[in-house]
Design a protein around this ligand. Structure first.
Ligand code: ADP
Ligand code: G6P
Length: 458
């Protein structure tokens, strides 16, 4: 079996016991996938160094070999906080109003990608398969080719690919997308993002795309395909009935004192639609005053990318909304929103999901959304809860039995909460059975197996 060299900005082997919530879906999925494969996971350590040396820190944690480098403060500023999270992240999540186009962000992004390429290239042996991840590293394949790497190199994008009409607002967009054509295979979460990419290649670059997603451009042939990411179903559903989950479950049920819990679990990110969600919940409380005190919303939201102003602003907005909604509706023995800014061990999270009658997964735009799948996997088959899911999450294309909402519409979300609370058990079971099949069959192992098979060209 070939070795797999996985390259991503963030390298962190998820620790079941650690409060590792701020890592997001990529780290969770890659940690699970790498356990299946021999190889190395390369990326940024998350640490700063005064002068970049490219020295590798190799470690073996939980069966996974990691190799990391430290970056200079200027790199972190321009590449990670800058181009990745102030330019590409908002643009790729359809928020051109938040996207910033600073020339030094672009040069920092290229410099760090070059640094990644220089540091990782010596680790790559001739039979290795190379798998690059996410928007931080779009041009890395080309930079590896420039260093003589002839291996099969694949790329997977964990976030949406924006419509061409939006992408063209990015200065030098052609140059960026052209570098991606050096990969052998490019993977997306859903057909929608795949189609947007192919549309761009045809309309802006003048390439051709055949019915199998094979792109031809000058002398390049690249395969583009959708590979919907999943969760580690086996591990997560087992965790949901383990001791840690059980005590987390009991802790939440007891503290809810008979009220039905609505849960939200999201990094504190504007793409997750948290203010809209809180406002919709507020609307529900106002429109359903008689049943308002029978529910409580638990929103778990670990801070993310705190150096970026838009993330500081979303945090302030939510603190303000939580205060005003609680102020308007609370009573001496009831507070409508429990807003918690911290991570929890995954097994505890599983217990919280299981104790919640409703999950509110209402991003304004999301590549996939693993929380939706985790919620489904953690449910009691005899008495499952209801998933309220944004139609703009990639997961909506798979979890079609969820209660689907437009997250921008407070009325629709408020209505869905009412419907979910009143939903008969038979309907909850029927919907859950539809979803669990997908969560189980299209899990993270299948995702990794399918991508690696495509990368091998088999
Ligand atoms: P994103 O990758 O944008 O953060 P996803 O929903 O795809 O969104 O993945 C988020 C992952 O991070 C999930 O696996 C979720 O369980 C985990 N997570 C989010 N918040 C927390 C938290 N507070 N504690 C523990 N894990 C968390
Ligand atoms: C999303 C991105 C990942 C990223 C994660 C957490 O899942 O697709 O690439 O790692 O968010 O964000 P952070 O900036 O903390 O790595």
């Amino acid at each position: 079996m070939s070795r797999l060299i996985v390259i991503s900005n963030r390298v962190s082997v998820p620790d079941k016991k650690k409060k590792d919530g701020a890592q997001g879906g990529l780290a969770v999925a890659l940690g699970a996938a790498l356990k299946e494969h021999r190889g190395i996971w390369f990326g940024w350590s998350g640490k700063e160094t005064e002068v970049f040396t490219g020295d590798l820190n190799m470690q073996r944690t939980d069966g996974i070999t990691t190799a990391t480098i430290d970056l200079e403060p200027q790199d972190i500023d321009e590449y990670y906080n800058g181009y990745a999270n102030r330019t590409l992240w908002p643009l790729f999540h359809f928020r051109i109003d938040l996207a910033e186009y600073e020339r030094q962000f672009g040069s920092g992004y290229e410099r760090v990608n070059e640094r990644f390429a220089t540091s990782v290239a010596p680790l790559i042996e001739p039979d290795d398969l190379v798998w690059v991840h996410d928007y931080h590293l779009l041009p890395l394949g080309k930079m590896l080719r420039d260093r003589g790497i002839k291996n099969r190199i694949g790329f997977f994008l964990h976030i949406p690919w924006p419509p061409t009409r939006l992408l063209v607002s990015l200065p030098f967009h052609e140059r960026l997308v052209l570098t991606m054509l050096e990969y052998d295979i490019i993977g997306f979460q859903t057909r929608e993002w795949l189609e947007s990419f192919c549309h761009y290649v045809e309309k802006e670059l003048g390439g051709t795309v055949d019915a199998d997603g094979v792109i031809r451009f000058e002398d390049r042939v690249v395969k583009a395909q959708a590979f919907p990411i999943g969760i580690d179903y086996e591990e997560f559903s087992r965790a949901a009935v383990g001791d840690t989950a059980r005590s987390a479950y009991e802790r939440l049920v007891q503290s809810a004192e008979g009220k039905k819990v609505l849960i939200g679990v999201d990094r504190l990110d504007y793409s997750k639609g948290l203010p809209d969600r809180f406002e919709a919940y507020d609307r529900f409380l106002t429109q359903n005053a008689e049943s308002a005190k029978d529910v409580v919303l638990l929103q778990i939201a670990p801070p993310s990318r705190e150096a970026v102003v838009t993330y500081q602003e979303i945090r302030e907005t939510l603190e303000g909304l939580t205060g005003s909604i609680n102020g308007a509706h609370a009573d001496i023995d009831w507070v409508p929103i429990r807003y918690v800014n911290r991570g929890y061990p995954r097994a505890e999270l599983a217990g919280f999901y299981r104790a919640s009658r409703i999950a509110l997964v209402t991003p304004l735009r999301d590549g996939m959304n693993l929380v939706a799948k985790e919620y489904v996997a953690a449910q009691d088959p005899e008495d499952p809860g209801v998933l309220i899911l944004s139609r703009f999450a990639g997961a909506a294309l798979q979890l079609t039995d969820a209660l689907m909402v437009n997250p921008h519409s407070g009325d629709e979300v408020s209505e869905a909460i009412r419907t979910a609370l009143a939903m008969p058990k038979e309907e909850r079971i029927r919907r859950w059975q539809g979803m669990i099949e997908t969560v189980k069959n299209e899990d993270v192992k299948k995702w990794q197996k399918d991508f690696v098979a495509a990368l091998k060209g088999s």
